[in-house]
Design a protein around this ligand. Structure first.
Ligand SMILES: CC(C)[C@H](C(=O)O)[C@@H](O)C(=O)O
Ligand code: SF4
Length: 468
């Protein structure tokens, strides 16, 4: 027996093919997800070099960023988006890569599709040309985003060159109370460590509050590891994980399943394993969160007031806060709950799963969206959409005045037709509130699905706990 190892160490060690002198490792990659934005040059590179895709069965492609969320029967109106999606389809056909086309019920946001299909499994190395690949770490797999040239490398070789990361453990103790969700935990963590706090680390999330989360909640937490600067987020696989994976289309079956569970059960960090950094939070300190600025770390409790630059000693910091307030059109010191909103976006790989939609329906039921508020509910996949409709959630949404759409990334980053207008203010369940993220000049407040629903009903940012 060697020294105690972390979950990250175990996955890493079992995938190293070769170590170079400077410590860089050649890692075997188990799963490669592909979308339309970061793959065209990668396929082009293969074509130019006359190389095939090394393991097509371990690759899965789906278009999500550029697909429209309404009128799909008429195809894609925007020419650039249409070209992106058609190029992916053509590349997949040429290279034999499995592709879920836009009208396939399984189509959706890549990070929602992988887990749904059982393509994402514990203990694996999983990559995608997309920063939110961290989502899949919820299964106890090492999952991270890669650049387009790396996409080409993985397509060609099923391996990747990587430097090892350091271990960070973030432990969240205490129970989850009503109104407090996985989104609030992950936002509060980023508020605590900052957007550069995780740089150079893989974060393992642990503790009572994390382990009590469903798989969907765990995905929400790991999804935003990247916003905390980390290479990846991880949660130890347990019975919750196995129950979610069992019976998925691509999950192992029969004797293979038993062997897999035995192996997955050996993955949690060993007693006494060393972490380079340990961070601790308690749910007592966490209330429903909302961002006020233009970075995910600009986050406070909904019960607090917009920060005042005059209260900040560090001149540069104060100036940065003032700049963010100017962009966001907020007044220093105003209560967050006074902030009126124009739009509500519910969806994305952070919060576009069925449990998120149930959270919204619980608030929307029997209520009405406030006069003049534009809303979009975009399920994360066709399967999420179907499930929601089977449960009658779409009826609740429509009766309340919400707009119910087709699956995709949508207004999370506005690469399709769903955009904010300049100055428009949005309560959004997505993961980035950068300037212009949801449309040029648009203003984003990141919140949980319940908080987004509460804002839609009230017409201003509101504490979801008032509705419970
Ligand atoms: C378009 C894609 C490369 C990008 C990412 O890597 O994350 C997008 O998904 C995002 O969320 O900003
Ligand atoms: S939903 Fe948003 S964060 Fe997720 S992959 Fe799409 S654009 Fe990126």
């Amino acid at each position: 027996m060697g020294s105690p190892r972390t979950l990250f160490d175990k996955i890493w060690d079992s995938h190293v093919v070769d170590v170079q002198e400077d410590g860089t490792c050649l890692l075997y990659i188990d799963r490669h997800m592909v979308h339309e934005v970061t793959s065209p040059q990668a396929f082009e590179g293969l074509r130019n070099a006359g190389r095939p895709v090394r393991r097509t069965g371990q690759t899965l492609a789906v278009a999500d960023h550029n697909v429209p969320t309404e009128g799909r029967d008429k195809g894609i109106a925007d020419e650039e988006s249409r070209t992106q999606v058609e190029t992916l389809a053509a590349n997949c056909a040429e290279f034999g890569v499995p592709y879920l086309e836009m009208n396939d019920i399984r189509q959706g946001i890549v990070h929602i599709v992988g887990p749904e299909q059982g393509f994402t499994l514990p203990g694996m190395t999983i990559v995608c040309g997309d920063s939110h690949t961290a989502t899949h770490g919820a299964f106890g797999s090492l999952a991270f985003g890669i650049g387009t040239s790396e996409v080409e490398h993985v397509l060609a070789t099923q391996t990747l060159l990587q430097k090892p990361a350091k271990n960070m453990r973030i432990t969240v103790e205490g129970p989850l109370r009503p109104g407090l969700t996985a989104k609030d935990l992950t936002l509060a963590i980023i508020g605590k460590i900052g957007t550069a706090g995780g740089t150079g680390y893989v974060i393992e999330y642990a503790g009572e509050a994390i382990m009590a989360l469903s798989m969907e909640g765990r995905m929400t937490v790991c999804n935003m590891a990247i916003e905390g600067g980390a290479r990846a987020g991880l949660i130890a696989p347990d019975q919750t994980t196995f129950d979610y994976v069992k019976g998925r289309p691509m999950a192992p079956e029969g004797a293979d399943w038993d062997k897999a569970v035995e192996y997955w059960s050996s993955l949690p960090s060993d007693e006494g394993a060393a972490y380079d950094v340990e961070i601790k939070l308690h749910t007592d300190e966490i209330a429903p969160q909302v961002t006020w600025g233009t970075s995910p770390e600009d986050v406070i409790a909904v019960t607090e007031n917009v920060p005042n630059p005059a209260d900040i000693n560090d001149k540069n910091k104060a100036a940065a806060v003032q700049r963010a307030l100017d962009y966001m059109g907020l007044t220093a010191g105003q209560p967050m709950t006074d902030v009126k909103i124009d739009t509500v976006f519910i969806g994305s790989c952070t919060n576009g799963r069925i449990e998120d939609l149930r959270e919204v329906a619980a608030i929307a039921k029997g209520r009405k969206v406030a006069e003049g508020v534009r809303t979009l509910i975009v399920p994360g996949s066709g399967l999420v959409k179907r499930q929601a409709e089977e449960e009658g959630l779409d009826k609740i949404f429509k009766e309340a005045g919400f707009d119910w759409r087709e699956p995709g990334c949508s207004m999370c980053l506005a690469m399709n037709a769903d955009k904010l207008a300049p100055g428009e203010r949005c309560a959004s369940t997505s993961n980035r509130n950068f300037e212009g993220r949801q449309g040029r000049g648009g203003r984003t407040h990141l919140v949980s699905p319940g908080m987004a629903a509460a804002a839609a009903i009230k017409g201003h940012l509101a504490d979801v706990r008032e509705f419970l």
